[in-house]
Ligand binder design. Structure first.
Ligand code: AMP
Ligand code: MN
Ligand code: MN
Ligand code: MN
Length: 292
């Protein structure tokens, strides 16, 4: 009986390193009971992931998404889990978000050029393993992570981190703000697509104390949020315990995952931290228990 799950991962459809097929093969090798693919702003990897999963009868595949929301300080990411990716409203929103990226990416490259850094879109596409002739359109996304790696490969920086610090991180000279949507809009699109809407990695909100976090959480619940990512590779044990308590207090579903990108961050491994299948309830719990 498989007992552990990972409901937060990325593939080459966004800024992950492994194609969906390889991600699913790794989840099977780790004997996970379930894995969700939650790429940023795109469902382009879900079909291939589902096909791969059909070869592993003991592995339950959960289609997902991760979207960045407007938030004054810190980072607010919403996960959509168990979504119907055929939903038109959801796809309309994701297509708008990719449009915003496609407007922003050339502006970052233009800023870099002003700084004397010659980084071309074709360099960035090559890092992402995309066909340069196809351009940056399509349903897979290009993120700053790809640019950071391209800057490293061209010798402008020694590491991706240096690329963020020196050029493209928030506050650095080639940083360009990305337009984001209010959390309520994202949550309702996920709910409309039959999904569970989870607040991802709460510490990235950079809240001052737990009382402040609880206020933010209540606001999101008011917008329809129904799940909390209790387990995540960046959470301390104390944080996990607090989030579990708050999930119970507010009757939120529990989710959790590694946020595996596969794997320049070597410390982030698929299936870690261990998320017990038994932690799931509600829609996610039903979805998993319906799996043969
Ligand atoms: P994007 O969605 O294109 O804005 O890229 C966001 C991603 O870039 C995040 O998910 C992080 O992986 C990475 N990132 C953003 N800021 C930094 C930073 N200051 N240092 C390292 N990585 C960063
Ligand atoms: Mn990412
Ligand atoms: Mn995130
Ligand atoms: Mn993520």
């Amino acid at each position: 009986m498989r007992r552990f799950i990972d409901l937060h991962t990325h593939s080459t459809a966004s800024d992950g390193m492994l194609p969906p097929e390889q991600l699913l093969a790794l989840a099977e090798a780790k004997r996970l009971a379930a894995v969700a693919l939650t790429d940023h702003d795109t469902t382009a990897g879900l079909a291939a992931a589902r096909r791969a999963a059909s070869r592993y009868p003991k592995l339950c595949f959960v289609p997902g998404i991760e979207v960045s929301a407007l938030f004054p300080q810190g980072t607010l990411h919403i996960l959509g889990l168990d979504i119907d990716e055929g939903n038109r409203r959801l796809q309309g929103m994701l297509s708008d978000l990719r449009g915003l990226r496609n407007d922003r990416n050339p502006r970052i490259l233009a800023r870099l050029r002003e700084l004397g850094v010659d980084l071309r879109m074709e360099d960035v596409l090559a890092v992402a393993g995309r066909d340069p002739k196809a351009g940056a359109g399509g349903e897979s996304i290009i993120s700053r992570v790809h640019m950071a790696e391209a800057l490293r490969r061209k010798g402008y920086v020694r590491s991706r981190q240096e690329a963020f610090d020196k050029y493209i991180g928030s506050g650095a000279p080639a940083y360009v703000e990305k337009d984001r949507m209010p959390p309520g809009e994202i949550i309702s699109a996920i709910l409309a697509a039959g999904g569970v809407a989870a607040l991802a990695h709460p510490p990235q909100l950079k809240y001052g104390n737990l009382a402040e976090f609880e206020r933010i959480l209540r606001g999101l619940i008011h917008c329809g949020l129904n799940c909390l990512e209790v387990y995540h590779s960046e959470h301390s044990q104390t944080q996990t315990r607090e989030y579990l308590r708050l999930a119970r207090k507010y009757k939120l579903e529990v989710s959790g995952g590694s946020d595996f990108h596969g794997s320049p961050k070597a410390e982030v491994r698929l299936g870690r931290p261990r998320v017990p299948l038994a932690a799931l309830s509600g829609q996610l719990g039903q979805r998993l228990s319906a799996h043969p």
